[in-house]
Each structure stands twice: as C-alpha cells, then as structure tokens.
Write a protein that binds this ligand. Structure first.
Ligand code: ADP
Ligand code: NA
Length: 347
C-alpha cells in the first residue's frame, strides 16, 4: 500500500502528567521507533485548540515551551518526526473552514467533549437543541472537532494514535473525509484509529476519576518532571483501601489496581497486572507503594533529566530551531493536500 502517515496532537497543557505520558506520548515514541523509514510521522502541539477555553496568554506561551521540551524529553526525535506547533501551519485553519462548510451541526451536537469542557452546566442527557440555544456556548469550543479533523486530514494521515476519550472525534474526522470525498472526489484517506494500550490512568487521590491536569489537588497526578521525593510522596498519599495485601481488582479495589496498572505500563519487562499483583500479594500497602514509586522513578529518571536540561535557558535556541524546522516540514506536507483540495473545490 501507500506509505503510512502517522499524525497525532496534544494540547499545550504544560508539563505532561503520567496519564498523558502512559496514555499517549509513550505510544508516540514507540510508533516512531518502530516505524519503517518510509513512514512519515507528524506530532503537533495543538495550541489553537488551547484557546477554545479561557486561558492566560503568558501561561499559554510557557505551557507551549514546556510541552515542546517534554516531547523531546520523552524521546521524540526531531530528525525522525515532524514536531510542530499547529498555529505555525496556516493550512490547518484554512482546511477547517472548507470542512466547516460541509460539516453538519447535528453531528457536532453529538460530540461529548464540548459539553464536558463548557461551563454551561448541562446535564449529560440535555437535548442537544436545548444546549445549542444557550447563548453562552462559544463557537470555537463547539466546532473544534472540525479543526481536529482538519489537523489529521491536512496531512492525509493514514494512522492516528489517540486516547480512548478521543475516538469519537476521529470518527467525526472520517465522516468529514467521506463527505468531502463524496462531494468533490477522493482526496482524503480515511485515517485509522490506533487506540492507546494504556486505557485510563486514574487520579491518585480520586481513583474513580481519570488523572487530569484540571483537577485541583496537585497530589492527584505525577508529572514527568517530578523528583524522586515528589513521586514517593504522591504515591504514599494515594488513596487505596484497608483490605490487607495486594490484589488486582479494578472494580472493588480501584486505587490499588490503578497503582498496579501504572507499574505495568512503566515496566519494560512485560509483566501483566496479574503478575505484578501476584508478586506483591503479601506486601503491606506501605511496602507496595514504595515499590510502585521506585518503579515510576526508574522509568522517569532519564526523562526528567532530559526535560530539565531542555526546558532551561541555554536550550531556548535549540527548541526554537526544532519548532521552526518542524513548521517548515509540516507546511510542505499540508501544502500538497491544500493544492488538491483547492483544485477539487474550485478555489
Ligand atoms: P488532561 O485530561 O490532563 O487535560 P489532555 O486532555 O490534554 O489531558 O490529554 C492529552 C492526551 O493524553 C490525550 O491523548 C489523552 O487521551 C491522554 N490522556 C489524558 N489523561 C489521561 C489519563 N488519565 N489516562 C490516559 N490517557 C490520558
Ligand atoms: Na482533558
């Protein structure tokens, strides 16, 4: 078949937490390292998506810088992968407009994310029409799946690694591609979803919720830049239960099982959650947590060191070069598609 094009994006949320890392970034690095030389890889820091919610400009700029340093620290290689800021490549917005002209409100209204992110206080089963009539719903937040579709389609991606929460949006991107192809001729590939093997890393303090930077309590998440002591402290205060010993049972023991899963995804030896539970079954909670912390710390050690180096003053020039060369290559990739798209549409 034609050469693969792998694309994925992440919002500039600052230093990634291990949910972002184990749920998304770790897989990007694996795909990069295992890709055939003919495969094109593009990884974007999607800053245009970040402004769909209220944000502070200075913080956004800083968070963009941190995310770029983090992508390099976890092992993305700018010689191999095209790493770029979305806002540096105008074609993303241009294609979004063209896709918007065919995208249907009905499909967008069924996306769950805007309901979750907006502060409109909508019940989960509020009828879409009722929600849409709310005058405070902002257009960007509502329509951002179209921008996400453009992100993927403008590079004619064949494969898109995403977390489970994003699968619905990729389905929408395929819908946009089919609609366009049907109307104007086959220009777009239908991108395939590559689901991340790590389902959901849960919050350390509220293990029924996913780990997220939007939670108040900083002890709920471990950042890839956390020190050995910070990791140990956060794991120590993680909410578990008063059952004795260690066992893997995500329903009855969500806290303990989350720690086991984190250990499973952090270890390189392929030990399953059940294996880990068996090895640790007679440990006290305290001793088990020490092992979990040690395992995370060993995995993050090199990443943290590279991150600290990359985010520092001396590397600012280097990061700028990486972003500029990524933008240049991403523009080339997008220009090829836009040429075909404009021609097909009659622009
Ligand atoms: P956050 O929820 O902290 O705002 P994002 O929504 O920016 O994180 O997610 C960035 C990427 O990380 C997405 O691909 C998402 O699927 C993944 N991700 C985020 N949180 C988790 C988690 N707790 N477990 C697994 N993957 C996650
Ligand atoms: Na989120």
């Amino acid at each position: 078949g034609p050469p693969q094009v792998i694309f994925s994006g992440i919002q500039p949320t600052g230093v990634p937490h291990i949910g972002n890392y184990l749920g998304a970034l770790q897989q990007w690095v694996k795909l990069q390292d295992e890709a055939s030389p003919k495969t094109t890889l593009l990884f974007s820091i999607v800053d245009l998506h970040a402004i769909t919610v209220n944000q502070n400009p200075r913080q956004l700029r800083n968070a963009c810088h941190q995310m770029l340093a983090a992508l390099l620290a976890v092992g993305l290689d700018p010689k191999r992968s095209i790493i770029f800021f979305q806002s540096d490549v105008d074609a993303h917005e241009k294609l979004m407009w063209i896709l918007s002209c065919r995208a249907q409100m009905g499909n967008l209204s069924r996306m769950t994310q805007w309901k979750a992110s907006s502060k409109l206080n909508l019940s989960d089963n509020a009828p879409p029409v009722e929600a849409l009539l709310n005058t405070e719903l902002e257009l960007g937040l509502y329509s951002y799946p179209v921008l996400q579709a453009a992100d993927v389609l403008v590079h004619r991606a064949t494969h898109v690694p995403v977390g489970h929460d994003q699968a619905q949006h990729l389905e929408f991107a395929r819908k946009c591609a089919r609609t366009f192809n049907h109307r104007y001729g086959t220009i777009f590939q239908l991108p395939e979803t590559i689901l991340s093997p790590a389902k959901r890393v849960m919050s350390l303090t509220q293990p029924h919720l996913k780990m997220s930077k939007s939670h108040q309590d900083p002890r709920s998440r471990i950042l890839i830049s956390d020190s050995t002591e910070e990791i140990a402290q956060k794991v120590k205060t993680a909410l578990t239960d008063s059952n004795s010993g260690v066992s893997y049972d995500p329903v009855k023991r969500p806290g303990v099982s989350n720690l086991i899963e984190i250990m499973h995804h952090s270890r390189a030896d392929g030990a399953s959650c059940e294996d880990i539970a068996r090895d640790c079954e007679n440990l006290t909670m305290r001793a088990f947590k020490e092992q979990v912390a040690k395992c995370i710390d060993e995995h993050l050690g090199e990443i943290r060191q590279r991150y600290e180096e990359l985010v520092g003053k001396e590397k600012e020039g280097y990061l700028r070069e990486v972003a500029e060369s990524g933008a240049m290559r991403a523009r080339e990739s997008a220009a090829k598609t836009m040429h075909l798209v404009r021609d097909a549409v009659g622009l």
